[in-house]
Design a protein around this ligand. Sequence first.
Ligand code: NAD
Length: 471
Amino acid sequence: MSAGASFLAQVEQSFDRAAALTRHHPTLLGQIRQCNTVVQFSFPLRRDDGTLDTIHAWRAEHSQHKLPTKGGIRYDVNVDAEETMALAALMTYKCAVVDVPFGGAKGGIRISRHKYSEGELERITRRYTFELVRKNYIGPGIDVPAPDFGTGPREMAWIADTYAQIRSDDINALGCVTGKPVALGGIRGRAEATGRGLFYGVREACGITEDMKALGLTTGLAGKRFVVQGLGNVGFNAARFLVEGGAILVGISEREGGIHNPKGLDLDKVVAFRKENNTIIGFPGSTALPTSADALELDCDILVPAALERQILAENAPRIKAKIIAEGANGPTSPDADTILQKKNVLVLPDLYLNAGGVTVSYFEWLKNLSHVRFGRMEKRFDEGFARRLLSGMEKLSERQLDPSEAEAITHGADEIDLVNSGLEETMIGAYHGVRETRKGLGANVDLRTAAMVTAIDKVAVIYREMGIFP
Ligand code: NAD
């Protein structure tokens, strides 16, 4: 079985586990579980040296119960149809958990990004976009890609530009993709949204005394030791916000291996060291671990897998020492490992909830693109004026004046970034309590992943039932 097929089986197993706890008709559950469409295509690439390569690519739309569908584009050597379908399914459930009104989709190109020049990557990305346009698999009301493993704002800019060139009559063209640079219709806060969302989720979970007591941990994030796997977009930003929140980074794993320092690692210094030396191994004051997988088994309170799927399996799960697993990556834990971790009383904060910050802020970016106005532009000055008048009235009544910095903090009107972070925080906190309540209703032996999946299935099932069948 290919890695992609095992991953798809893993997602379907999680679905089945949850579906068995719902009362929906089996046919309806079967409809929800199925990936609606998947397209595979190949196209030629002229390399810089004049030779030709054949590029293999996919796009899967798991469910169109809400449109557009939404999901990242991955550049990786392991991309295949099954992996793309598994990730598309996760997107459907994720969007439902955090009430983002999209169906799930995912795309991928089977390449090792590092083997191609920037010019070659641009040609691959633009041709991929062209193929999506031709097949009606992209558009602000159809299917809206975003960054994922191996892609970022640069690729999203190429996609937006290619789409806009072809569909020059589409006034909403910039809404065809999210995760764009701000200058090209992107939104402030998108780049770090998944990591920030993860932080909000972990902070919320650690703030519930009853749940922390059950794990033998104190309440709150401060002082909790964590390990992160992957220093990419999700892993780096998650680590940054967790450190800012008072947690201590004691271990890091990257492609080349892992490093450990029980007293704490300086994240920025590790990143700078890696940039200079092309490796984290040898970072001053740290102990090197032979393989990246070893870092998963380090002594810590919170483990943040934020690289790839299927990292915590039945084989290594018994050796995991963390009390909380905060899934930044999609599908890092297999169902068998889930069972083992639950027996070990480990709290798994599941991907379909915890890494939904990216798609949440992508939703905000899409709304911004459709409304053609930056968030905060209309009300910021008005709100500031109102707050100033209110404050000045209170100062008159109390015959006391605040110093200018205090007054500024109170009267500051919200900028785009303030609104984005506030919307993200509200989403992550609200969704956590929704999933936790569902879990309570299902009984003590149900894990959070199953509870999140039940939450998602219930929301999608209502829509499927109410929209009926066409024709
Ligand atoms: P990225 O390409 O920015 O970073 C991935 C990092 O993992 C890289 O630094 C890479 O070197 C490292 N890595 C690769 N193999 C590794 C290994 N065996 N051990 C340790 N590190 C390894 O990708 P990303 O966007 O951060 O995505 C990471 C995961 O998060 C993926 O599963 C992705 O699907 C998921 N995700 C991403 C987003 C997003 O907004 N980018 C949103 C939701 C979920």
